[in-house]
Design a protein around this ligand. Structure first.
Ligand code: ADP
Ligand code: MG
Length: 306
């Protein structure tokens, strides 16, 4: 079964694409088959991090039905085990994907034959972005340690959480008053606490189901562009606060240091972690890649063991 790892976050510039490209390369280097999918429709730049110049074809061909299978637009990269789907020429933006197009794309992604499918999402909390973030239980939020970015990350978490609660209510037999309130287009102002209050009032028997279903959802997060003077402890604090405040599980994957050579490696069209494997940022990313893949064996592991 492929594991989907959506990489998202509220704020542009946090490093989602940088992290996606480098985690993809590090996981591929461990011997897993990885495909990176650029889903920042309208502002895609994952190809630049990967040093890929030829951006013809790509997701647009699948979305506009010029090819039938998503696998037909997957191309190899310069790196072994690492493939890519670009969205440079995509004629649609994330906000104007129709429901049917989104469902078709999510199903096609789930059907790709890879060990890991990494989705590089755009910034913002549009419900289409949230739905891609919710396609799996292995999603990663990328944020920088500045107060404004953290504020944005909380906004993103709240939006994902609310969307997930709504999905659970939609998929289960909740009281019709709750379903109507949650699914009515006019009830956008309804927050997570209001939903839980509604369940307690109209359908207390289902409260446990709601709590349990939402507790199965896991948020992982990375603090990127970390500088020494910022002091550690922030990621751990965020993890504690979120685990206390929400029913879902939060796990802090680690800090990735700010490094001036990231800019230079983008200019040189080479992947940072492969050019500077001994840097602190690369060591952190390697440690995160190991956390994400530790439970899975590769063909390389099996050969070593025999
Ligand atoms: N750890 C880092 N150290 C230095 N620069 C970084 C780091 N992570 C990202 N950047 C730079 O920050 C900018 C935004 O990164 P990007 O991945 O495009 O953000 P996003 O995808 O979240 O919008 C890029 O110029 C990138 O090279
Ligand atoms: Mg990006």
């Amino acid at each position: 079964m492929p594991e989907i790892i959506p990489i998202g976050g509220g704020k542009g510039g946090a490093g989602k694409s940088f992290i996606a490209a480098n985690l993809g390369a590090l996981i591929a280097k461990k011997g897993h088959q990885v495909v990176l999918v650029d889903l920042d429709l309208g502002a895609s730049n994952l190809h630049t991090f990967l040093g890929i110049k030829n951006t013809s074809g790509g997701l647009n061909l699948f979305m506009t039905k010029q090819v039938q299978q998503l696998a037909q637009v997957v191309v190899p990269t310069h790196h072994a085990n690492l493939s890519f789907v670009n969205s440079v020429n995509c004629s649609m933006q994330i906000a104007n994907l129709y429901h049917a197009q989104k469902v078709k794309l999510i199903n096609a992604l789930k059907g790709l034959s890879f060990d890991y499918i990494i989705l590089d999402l755009g910034a913002g909390t549009h419900f289409n972005t949230l739905d891609f973030f919710l396609t799996s239980n292995k999603s990663i939020l990328v944020c920088t340690p500045e107060p404004t970015a953290i504020e944005n990350a909380f906004r993103f978490i709240k939006a994902v959480y609310l969307r997930k609660l709504k999905q659970i209510i939609h998929l289960n037999a909740f009281h019709k008053v709750i379903k109507k309130a949650v699914l009515d287009e006019g009830h956008d102002e309804l927050g997570s606490a209001d939903i839980i209050d509604l369940v307690l009032k109209y359908d207390p028997d289902h409260e446990m189901l709601l709590r349990e279903s939402i507790s199965h959802f896991h948020f992982k997060f990375i603090l990127n562009q970390f500088r020494k003077h910022m002091g550690t402890g922030l990621g751990e604090k965020i993890e504690i606060v979120c685990n206390r405040h929400f029913y879902s599980k939060f796990h802090f994957l680690g800090y990735v240091q700010f490094d001036d050579r990231v800019f230079e490696s983008v200019l040189r069209k080479s992947l940072f972690t492969l050019s500077y494997p001994d840097s602190s940022a690369s060591a952190s990313l390697e440690q995160i890649a190991t956390q994400l893949t530790g439970h899975r064996t590769t063909a390389v592991n099996l050969t070593e063991a025999s």
